[in-house]
Design a protein around this ligand. Structure first.
Ligand code: VGL
Ligand code: ZN
Length: 185
């Protein structure tokens, strides 16, 4: 059984947001098109308290309950079966979806018989990478959909370094067209 994981496709990580990822909005139609190929679809949300230490490293973003923490309006969120909230404590960064505090992602996926996890979303060099590395660690066959992610690139080349690190641990890089069988993308 395979599952789609949509990491942090939230307003604050898209153009106009407080921690905008260049091209962050471009992943949305790609992710929407992938949904039809999956029975199990889950998402994560960065979900910070206002006074988190995380905001010493980053501009405030994805504050719990704020509009910036909402999913991008074009994301077809009706297909998401469960959303895992992370970075919820004021002492943790919570980069990985597997660090969610409202429910345990590994337990949820294993309960659905999921063996293969397809990771998409924002941002390649932080939460996507952390989630993909944890997915491998937790025993999932892990795929990174390259055209369904975008990077912050605090330092130029962070995206390439993140992809290399993921590949080294066994994450398989693929294109969305290999899943949808649609050459038009
Ligand atoms: C993220 C930086 C800070 C992410 C979250 O979702 O990749 N990056 N908080
Ligand atoms: Zn954050």
């Amino acid at each position: 059984m395979k599952a789609l994981l949509i990491v942090d496709v939230q307003n604050d990580f898209c153009p106009g947001g407080t921690l905008a990822v260049p091209g962050g909005n471009k992943v949305v139609p790609v992710i929407n098109s992938l949904m039809a190929a999956f029975e199990v679809i889950v998402a994560s949300k960065d979900w910070h308290p206002r006074d988190t230490v995380h905001f010493k490293k980053w501009p405030p973003h994805c504050v719990q309950g704020s509009p910036g923490a909402d999913f991008h309006p074009a994301l077809d969120a009706s297909k998401i079966q469960k959303t895992f909230l992370k970075g919820t404590l004021n002492k943790d960064d919570g980069y990985s979806a597997f660090e969610a505090t409202n429910d345990d992602l590994t337990h949820f996926l294993k309960g659905k018989g999921v063996t293969d996890l397809y990771v998409t979303g924002l941002a390649t060099d932080y939460c996507v990478k952390a989630s993909a590395l944890d997915a491998e660690k937790n025993g999932f066959e892990t795929y990174l959909v390259e055209d369904a992610v975008a990077a912050v690139n605090v330092r130029p080349g962070d995206d390439e370094r993140a992809l290399r690190e993921m590949r080294k641990t066994g994450v398989v890089l693929i294109q969305s067209s290999e899943i949808t069988g649609d050459g038009s993308m």
